[in-house]
Design a protein around this ligand. Structure first.
Ligand code: FAD
Length: 427
């Protein structure tokens, strides 16, 4: 049993959705493109799951956030795929791949062959078990990566209203979930090993602002500590968590956001892996096999601006790498190198920040921290390499992005801090 397509996208997440739209804009004939996804629904804007989806009032529900609404583009519903002759193979896990023979085999035993494969398998949430903690399969422990996870989180949350929630992990999933849990009336404690929240990006000064804001909303922070075990009730549900220093926290609900692992396993030994992802060139094409492309969270690609290969776990990178790969496939002569400025954002409570570039080197903070409109610049080897801003408007974000792309020289860090946004407006 088998089917054959010219183009197959393996994975049905953000990158797949944006790739599909790009294929259709470029006039791919009906019947040539297929998307295979383990999920039961067509591609959607994954960031909605920790934001609008968790709201107590008028929560976002599909079909409202199918791709590509996040980039103010067309919303690709099941009907859209049908009308455009794009085959959606949903609820289907691919269990093996042979890149030389150009075939994929699904869990139901079907062989799907391709001329060109785009790998868009994204990543999965790291489980506590991978760190030696058992019991995270309990009914009231939630992870958050896909629609099923988010649906389950909402159910558990709604059955524990006014209860105690413990959020494990201080990254953006932890921060966004903590905010949503508070908005839903739960009492929230965040636990993470680092000295402050969002340790991979925030400076201590930036983190202090968000932690104070969260504390004012009732969130408690337990920093420099980790979960070591769960305490169960007689039905196997979690009723508490035990931390490394012996602290016990009561828990009616636990949300775990401790990082992700790219889904590369199907290609181990067949394609080159780097930095945990599938290595591709600036056309998003694997160096060893010209018929295979990788996009989104699973791809490690050259970031020209930094002069190094990176694997990014951000929605904007998924969208843009997808479009670039399709352009490279369908218009090879007109497609240059992917020249990407890394961009990452988050929205929590009434706050909203954006970050562009790289957070290495020295930092100059600027703006009004008390008033919630502030930022930071990162300067490495005498040049601006990264910009962060909270509470900005569209124009301000465009301006810091442009300035970061230009990588201007910075002679004086104090002066940069004094100038703040004014510096970015010069470019
Ligand atoms: P994914 O969207 O993860 O899609 C991968 C797809 O592949 C899934 O459908 C999966 O089921 C499928 N798949 C994997 N293996 C197989 C297989 N063997 N067979 C079949 N199908 C398979 N980024 C930001 O910049 N800002 C944010 O605010 C933000 N918020 C987020 C909130 C949440 C809750 C999450 C989970 C992520 C968030 N992100 C955010 C990150 C962003 O969503 C990801 O970077 C983006 O989804 C990556 O797209 P992708 O297509 O590479 O992977």
């Amino acid at each position: 049993m088998g089917r054959a397509f010219v183009y197959v996208i393996l994975g049905g997440g953000v990158a797949a959705g944006y790739a599909a739209l790009e294929f259709s804009k470029r006039g791919v004939p009906p019947g040539e493109l297929c998307i295979i996804s383990e999920e039961p629904v067509p591609p959607y804007e994954r960031p909605a799951l920790s934001k609008g989806f968790l709201l107590p009032e008028a929560p976002a529900r599909l079909p409202s956030f199918h791709t590509c609404v996040g980039a103010n583009e067309e919303r690709l519903t099941p009907k859209w795929y049908k009308e455009h002759g794009i085959e959606l193979v949903l609820n289907t896990r691919v269990k093996s791949a042979d890149v030389r023979r150009k075939t994929l085999i699904t869990a139901t035993g079907e062989t799907i062959s391709f001329k060109i494969l785009i790998i868009a398998t994204g990543a999965r949430a790291l489980k506590l078990e991978e760190f030696g903690v058992e019991g995270s399969n309990a009914e009231n422990v939630c992870y958050l990566r896909d629609l099923n996870d988010a649906t389950r989180l909402v159910e558990v949350m709604q059955s524990r209203m006014a209860g105690n929630a413990v959020v494990i992990g201080g990254g953006y999933i932890g921060m966004e979930c903590a905010a949503s849990l508070v908005i839903n009336g739960l009492k929230v404690t965040m636990v993470f090993p680092e000295a402050h929240c969002m340790a991979r990006l925030f400076t201590p000064k930036i983190a202090e602002f968000y932690e104070s804001y969260y504390e004012a909303k009732g969130v408690r922070f337990v920093k420099g500590n980790v979960l070591t075990s769960f305490e169960n009730d007689s039905e196997g549900k979690i009723k508490g968590v035990i931390l490394k220093d012996g602290t016990r926290l009561p828990a009616d609900l636990v949300v775990v956001g401790i990082g992700i692992r790219p889904n590369t396993e199907l290609f181990g030994g067949q394609l080159t892996l780097e930095k945990g992802g599938i290595k591709v060139n600036a056309r998003m094409q694997t160096p060893s096999n010209a018929s295979i492309y990788a996009i989104g969270d699973v791809a490690t690609f050259p970031v020209k601006l930094f002069g190094s290969n990176r694997r990014l776990e951000h929605v904007d990178s998924a969208r843009r790498s997808a479009r670039h790969a399709v352009s490279a496939i369908l218009s090879p002569d007109k497609t240059g190198e992917f020249d990407y400025l890394p961009f990452f954002y988050s929205r929590v409570f009434a706050l909203s920040w954006q970050f562009y570039g790289d957070n290495v080197g020295e930092v100059a903070h600027f703006g009004d921290f008390a008033g919630g409109r502030f930022g930071a610049y990162w300067v490495d080897k005498g040049r601006l390499v990264g910009s962060f801003y909270e509470g900005g408007n569209r124009e301000e974000y465009v301006v810091i992005a442009e300035a970061t792309r230009v990588r201007p020289e910075v002679a004086d860090l104090d002066e940069l801090g004094r100038l703040g946004l004014e510096f970015a407006f010069r470019f």
